[in-house]
Design a protein around this ligand. Structure first.
Ligand SMILES: [Zn+2]
Length: 81
């Protein structure tokens, strides 16, 4: 599905997020892409509070790649394989 905020990037459905959760993934909001989550102070705080070291690293990576969000997303998704 496409992000309901920016209508550009890929976002995850509730089913996909449920699968992430089964693998210890973060509590992402459905329908919002990673760059939009990171741009939203509230959603970003929720993600940070999840507190997994791997995710912290990924968030940092995503911030570093703010100009290249698709690469950040690819890396994020790869981490759940
Ligand atoms: Zn978006």
């Amino acid at each position: 599905m496409i992000c309901t905020r920016c209508a550009k990037e890929k976002a995850y459905s509730e089913a996909e997020i449920a699968r992430f959760r089964e693998h210890g993934g973060p509590p992402l909001p459905p329908g919002i892409c990673i760059p939009c989550i990171i741009r939203d102070p509230k959603l970003r705080a929720d993600l940070y509070s999840w507190g997994d070291q791997r995710m912290q690293t990924l968030i940092q990576t995503a911030r570093d790649l703010a100009a290249r969000p698709l690469e950040a997303i690819d890396r994020f998704v790869e981490s759940f394989r």
